[in-house]
Each structure stands twice: as structure tokens, then as C-alpha cells.
Ligand binder design. Structure first.
Ligand code: ZN
Length: 402
């Protein structure tokens, strides 16, 4: 350690940042995940080797193997690795855990013999905690070498919780930004705070109908990476995802006032959408999230298949929200339904929209966003739109299955 004093102190500083952040994150589902329950353990079980990692909440993760010597490598986004891993296996030579890159923890298991990943999944319990379970089986040295590399051994599935037995629609509300990422700012106003306040109001309005359950991607002023927001919502088994924003844009591009709903596109998008999506991704990078390789090709092929069914449902939701705003006579953007490549909209099986409620850079929007009366009407417009969409979506899907 004394050979790398700078590196060591940098790691210490990171750990301190992690600890102070997680101390702020009191609400479940917000902030950083930690090891929970039985913690992490690796053991032999009937000819297999089993790895279990229990954590306070689900996080994005990936697994791959490396040869020379054979190693199993598991990366976790935003997981505070604050306990030792218990090893009770003859197949394991050594384990190491720690921060690999800012925002990512890494577990390295040095293997005594070549083992292949047979199954790997993260399951979410009712209390919101998550368990990653991995089964390893013996393989030949040749096969191990052929399969080793930085590509994931398999696409890590997050097994979604079942939809609520109550028959209610579980809605994810995603207040944009938070913590070290304030989003757009104007004087004392911060997009992150405004959106959290709006999401809380909308949550109440939705719950009052008795038709919805609500999952928030953050409940406090904490930073949550874009990917983690999506993962969290999927793991909670939500049926629909609404990201809430009020960004800033230069007035002169004509797109910078009134409400806009965005749906996902993989194609080139209009300049405004591109700028907003880039800014959101940039905020993640500034906050220390390593985005490299988070979207690998194998995953994309599978995701595309699921998206084909989901996209029309998201499009319909966007249209219904626009009509909702129109019938409440709330200010709409000149082109109120746009498409962009936003990270939070990429949960393949969950209809998702990003709502720019208005723009902090517009004087009139700013006034609206600060008004209690406007927020109440906007919440009701979104509520009515969700009720209508849920009914139409149900009928449409019944039709699909005939
Ligand atoms: Zn934003």
C-alpha cells in the first residue's frame, strides 16, 4: 500500500463518500445498496459451487470470467461492499472485493479449477431487498478459456416481482436527478427538488383512486444512476414507468416551453431530444457512474424483441398524457410528443415515458412549476391519463392474446 499512497488515499476518500451518501439514504429504494441479511457467501453444494450475495436493494450487475488463472468476476453498480465474503469451498483459492471504478464494486473469485456459470439471477423479496444467486459447475480448461473474456457469460436477468395480486397497476415514478446531480437550476430552484415534490403529490393523487400502487425510484434528495432507476423499477415489478423532469433549454430553439412527453427511439432524434438525453447521461458520468459496456450487444438483441411489444404501449401512453394535459387546459409544447434515446426509457418490458413538465428556462413554465394549483391540475391530468391508458392497454393486450 505504501507504494501507492495516492491510490490508497483516493480509495479511502471514495469509501468515505460512499458511507456519507448511504447515511443520507434513509428511505428504502433510495441511494446506495449495501450487503444485507446473510451478506455474501460462497460454498460447495452437491458438486456445484454456489455464490449468494444478499443486498438491501437490487442494483445493475454483470458477470464474466477471466483465464490465467481462472477467475470469476462479478461487478455491482453502487453497492457498498462493507462486509467480508464467507468462503467455504474447496474450489476457491482466494477472493478479493472492493471498488473497481467509481460507482462500481467488484468481486473477484480466484478459482482452483475451471468452473462455468450454470445459472445466475437476482431476485427481489417483498421487503425490497435482493438476492443474487449464482451456480457454478465444473468445466474443461479448454471450454473455460474459450468462454473467458469481458463479454458477459450470460445476460444477467433481473427477475421481476410478480404484478400485484390486488389487480392494481404498479406505477414507477422517477423524479429526475437528485443528490450531487441537481438537474437544471434557476436561482434557488432546482429541478431535482421540484420533481421530487411533484412526484410525491402525484403519488398521493394516484393512491387515492385505489387503482394504483406506486414505487418511487428515489424518495429523498439522493443520487440514483439512470440505469439503477430502471433496474429498480423492473425489479419492483412495475407495469409502467414515468420519469419526471423540468430541464433548461435555450428559449430561441422554440421547443423550450410547455409539457412534452418523450418515448424511446433508437434512431436519430431531433436536436432537442439529443441534447436532453446527452445532458442526463453526462450528469451520470459527472456523478461517477461508469457507463462503459453497460449496454452489450447480446443484451440488446434480446431487449429488442421485448421492446417490439412494449413500444406501441409506450406510444399510446404518451398520446394519452398529451390529451390529458389538453383536456385540463395545461400548457403543451409546440410538438408535445417527441422521441429520444433516454437511458431511463430502456427497460424493454415496461411501457415507459419521460415527461418534461415544463422548462425551468422559461419564465412562464417556471411560474407554473412553482404553483400549487398548477401541480394539482397536472397531477390530475396524469392520473386521468393513466386510468384511461390502463383500461385501453388491458383490452388491447387481451386482443393480442386471442
Ligand atoms: Zn432532467
Amino acid at each position: 500500500m505504501s507504494k501507492y499512497p495516492f491510490f490508497y488515499s483516493a480509495v479511502c476518500a471514495l469509501i468515505l463518500v460512499f458511507l456519507s451518501h448511504s447515511a443520507l439514504a434513509e428511505a428504502p429504494g433510495a441511494g446506495l445498496a449495501r450487503l444485507a441479511g446473510g451478506g455474501a457467501a460462497i460454498s460447495d453444494s452437491g458438486g456445484r459451487v454456489e455464490l449468494n450475495v444478499e443486498m438491501s436493494q437490487p442494483v445493475p450487475w454483470r458477470v464474466h470470467t477471466l483465464d490465467g488463472p481462472p477467475r470469476l468476476i462479478v461487478d455491482f453498480a453502487e453497492l457498498v461492499w462493507d462486509a467480508a465474503l464467507e468462503v467455504d469451498s474447496g474450489s476457491v483459492l482466494e477472493v478479493n472485493t472492493g471498488t473497481y471504478r467509481p460507482g462500481w464494486s467488484r468481486l473477484v473469485v480466484v478459482l482452483r479449477e475451471p468452473l462455468a456459470v450454470d445459472s445466475a439471477e437476482m431476485r427481489v423479496a417483498d421487503d425490497g431487498s435482493a438476492l443474487l444467486t449464482m451456480q457454478l459447475i465444473p468445466t474443461t480448461a479448454d471450454d473455460f478459456r474459450d468462454n473467458a473474456g469481458i463479454d458477459p457469460v450470460e445476460v444477467p436477468p433481473v427477475v421481476a416481482a410478480p404484478p400485484p395480486a390486488s389487480g392494481r397497476l404498479r406505477v414507477a415514478l422517477d423524479p429526475g436527478h437528485g443528490g450531487i446531480d441537481p438537474g437544471a437550476e434557476d436561482g434557488d430552484l432546482r429541478e431535482a427538488e421540484l420533481m421530487l415534490a411533484f412526484a410525491r403529490k402525484l403519488k398521493e393523487v394516484l393512491l387515492r383512486t385505489g387503482r394504483f400502487e406506486v414505487v418511487m425510484t428515489r424518495e429523498a434528495d439522493v443520487f440514483v444512476p439512470l440505469e439503477a432507476r430502471m433496474t429498480l423499477a423492473r425489479a419492483a415489478g412495475v407495469g409502467v414507468f414515468l420519469s419526471l423532469h423540468a430541464d433548461s433549454l435555450a428559449e430561441d430553439d422554440g421547443a423550450a416551453s410547455g409539457m412534452t412527453v418523450y418515448t424511446l427511439t433508437d434512431n436519430l432524434t431531433d436536436a432537442v431530444a439529443l441534447r436532453l438525453a446527452e445532458r442526463h447521461a453526462q450528469n451520470d458520468i459527472l456523478a461517477g457512474v461508469d457507463l462503459a459496456g453497460t449496454e452489450d450487444e447480446i443484451a440488446f438483441v434480446l431487449l429488442d424483441l421485448a421492446r417490439r411489444e412494449t413500444m406501441p404501449r409506450s406510444e399510446a401512453l404518451a398520446e394519452t398524457i398529451v390529451s390529458g394535459f389538453r383536456s385540463y387546459e395545461l400548457a403543451l409544447n409546440s410538438n408535445p410528443h417527441r422521441r429520444g434515446s433516454f437511458t431511463v426509457l430502456k427497460a424493454a418490458e415496461v411501457p415507459s415515458v419521460l415527461v418534461e413538465l415544463g422548462f425551468l428556462s422559461s419564465d412562464r413554465d417556471r411560474e407554473r412549476l412553482m404553483s400549487e394549483e398548477w401541480s394539482a391540475r397536472a397531477s390530475e391530468a396524469v392520473r386521468d391519463a393513466l386510468l384511461q391508458w390502463a383500461d385501453e392497454d388491458f383490452l388491447m393486450r387481451q386482443g393480442f392474446r386471442k
